[in-house]
Design a binder for this molecule. Structure first.
Ligand SMILES: [Zn+2]
Length: 552
């Protein structure tokens, strides 16, 4: 062993060079002649990496790393291209989205007739009486500038029940047959925490339901996915994420089927991202009985936090706010769980050693969630609980100070400013300077993450970087410029901070010897790009665990 120490000391003495403790390990692959942005503060730039058994063995200059080459090692010249750590999407719904892509009409379309045609097309292939389902519909993205109505849907598809989820996932639109099947008529009262919308002129059903009113449909829509379908869904979304440079994602509303789907897909060699799988609190008791808690698994599939939901959504304007929505003086949004419900589920999870991730968008939702977290820590202090505030959209200085004191982690929407710009006017210019508040979080010493919430938001990391750096939407409108961050900060948010949010900062999130060999090779250097063109930077290759998961 003396030999090992000596050699390590020798190599350790070379500036900007690091080596795994497993000294005898030989590199299998060397990537050289690259512009490596490591996101490692001790060595921010490098030219080459050596990889063995799925991990970085060495990171350094071309000559340092090429010196390690042994016979049989594969060398790839990256031609000066920029490499970054693989992106980590700290809040999305990939497994669920994969299943939906398998089964539903993608309604991310730009006019009502085009949506109607897509639904008709699906209805033609569906036996009469069976459901026609859609998702990714967005009422603000069609040229008519109005929401789908029950009559639009009846006109398009009269003989099948039709149900379309809004891109945000908190509201849905249905035709008459679907409402009949769900047992809802004009007189059905709003359920607690939910809303059945009516046409203000006629009092008839408008076709829209929100929040807990979706439960009526959930009961009657036969969305049965076989085990095979779930695996297929993960396979499909894996390819979509790999193409965009993502190597890790949090399944933010996971259920036991997702955990199984991830294991199945991984076993079949189809999983192309590392999954941190939250578990919906409805399954908490089952998980506790089985002795499962956060962290169980391996670097591919790991049990994440218990998921609680405090309030509504930003894109659908149901987040709970202290000051009403612009132009809607009595509309403060919706609270989904009571504080007491959150506390009692949270307490069980907290005592059992679970991380907790609570959906909290509006300032009232965040305040309520923090109160629950503060109480849990006060009553039963735990070291490093890393409480998460999922989305954590509308904040103020007081909330930020409390987050800092708790060590809480926000996962704000990364692509919303760019992609959902048209919805930002509902919040007003002043509030926008306190939304998706990356500048404030970073200045306070908090570690926010990159998070798409896909399907509600697009997951492409280059769009996230542009959105965060410019705070400008696709039409050139600027929203909340005080929250701009630098490109270097945005890259750190999208990589190392994401690893921290899942307790994995020691194994991923930066390009460092000993960490998992997850990286992305870009067509151009984002640090030298005009920030308004970041979205056009091509993803050339994505690597996970030392293997290419995508090559253009
Ligand atoms: Zn979500």
């Amino acid at each position: 062993m003396t030999n090992v120490v000596t050699r390590r000391e020798f190599l350790g003495s070379m500036a900007g060079f690091a080596l795994l403790p497993l000294e005898q390990e030989k590199p299998e692959l060397i990537l050289h002649n690259a512009n490596v942005c490591t996101v490692n503060a001790a060595e921010p730039r490098a030219q080459a990496v050596a990889i063995a058994r799925g991990r970085f063995l060495a990171v350094g200059s071309n000559s340092d790393v090429l010196n390690l080459a042994v016979s049989g090692v594969q060398k790839i010249d990256l031609g000066g291209k920029t490499a970054l750590p693989g992106f980590i999407d700290a809040h999305s719904h990939p497994s669920e989205a994969g299943r939906l892509h398998l089964r539903m009409v993608d309604c991310d379309l730009r006019s009502i007739p085009v949506i109607q045609a897509a639904l008709q097309e699906r209805a033609r292939k569906t036996p009469a009486g069976e459901w026609v389902l859609g998702f990714k519909y967005d009422d603000t993205k069609t040229e008519e500038n109005r929401a789908l109505t029950i009559s639009d849907l009846d006109a398009a598809v009269p003989d099948h029940p039709v149900h379309i989820q809004h891109r945000g996932g908190h509201t849905a639109y249905a035709n008459s047959l679907a409402f009949r099947k769900a047992g809802i008529d004009e007189k059905t009262p709003d359920p607690p925490g939910g809303q059945i919308s009516h046409d203000p002129a006629t009092g008839k059903l408008s076709g829209r339901v929100a929040e807990s009113a979706n439960g009526y449909f959930d009961k009657v829509i036969p969305l049965n996915f076989t085990r095979e379908d779930c695996r297929e869904g993960v396979k499909l979304i894996s390819k979509m994420l790999a193409r965009s440079g993502i190597t890790s994602a949090t399944e933010a509303q996971g259920v036991p089927e997702d955990l199984r789907a991830y294991q199945d897909a991984h076993e079949a060699g189809e999983l192309l991202y590392r999954a941190y799988c939250f578990i919906n609190y409805h399954f908490l008791d089952q998980m506790l009985e089985a002795g499962v808690r956060t962290g169980l698994g391996d670097e591919w599939v790991r049990v994440g936090a218990i998921k609680l939901v405090c309030d509504g959504s930003i894109s659908e304007r149901t987040a709970r706010l202290s000051v009403p929505y612009e132009g809607r003086p009595n509309d403060y949004g919706i609270l989904v769980m009571t504080e007491e419900e959150m506390y009692s589920a949270g307490r069980k999870a907290h005592l059992a050693g679970w991380q907790i991730g609570t959906h909290a968008n509006g300032d009232v939702g965040i305040d309520t969630t923090l109160r629950v977290y503060e109480r849990l820590q006060r009553e039963s202090p735990r070291r490093d609980p890393r409480f998460r505030l999922e989305h954590c959209t509308v904040v103020n200085d007081e909330l930020i100070a409390r987050m800092k004191a708790l060590g809480a982690i926000p996962t704000p929407f990364s692509t919303y400013v760019y992609y959902h710009g048209e919805k930002m006017r509902y919040y007003g210019a002043d509030r926008l300077n306190h939304m998706f508040a990356l500048r404030s979080f970073i200045d306070a010493g908090i570690r926010p993450t990159q998070a798409s919430d896909y399907p509600p938001g697009p997951f492409e990391p280059m769009m996230a970087l542009q959105s965060e750096v410019t705070r400008t939407d696709s039409k050139g409108n600027v929203w909340g410029p005080k929250q701009r961050i630098t490109i270097e900060e945005a890259i750190r948010v999208g990589t190392l901070h994401g690893a921290y949010a899942s307790y994995e900062e020691n194994i991923k999130g930066s390009i460092e010897a000993g960490k998992l060999a997850d990286l992305v090779v870009l067509g151009r250097d984002p640090l030298r790009e005009n920030p308004s063109n970041l979205i056009t930077i091509p993803i050339e290759r994505t690597m996970i665990g030392g293997r290419w998961s995508f090559e253009a």
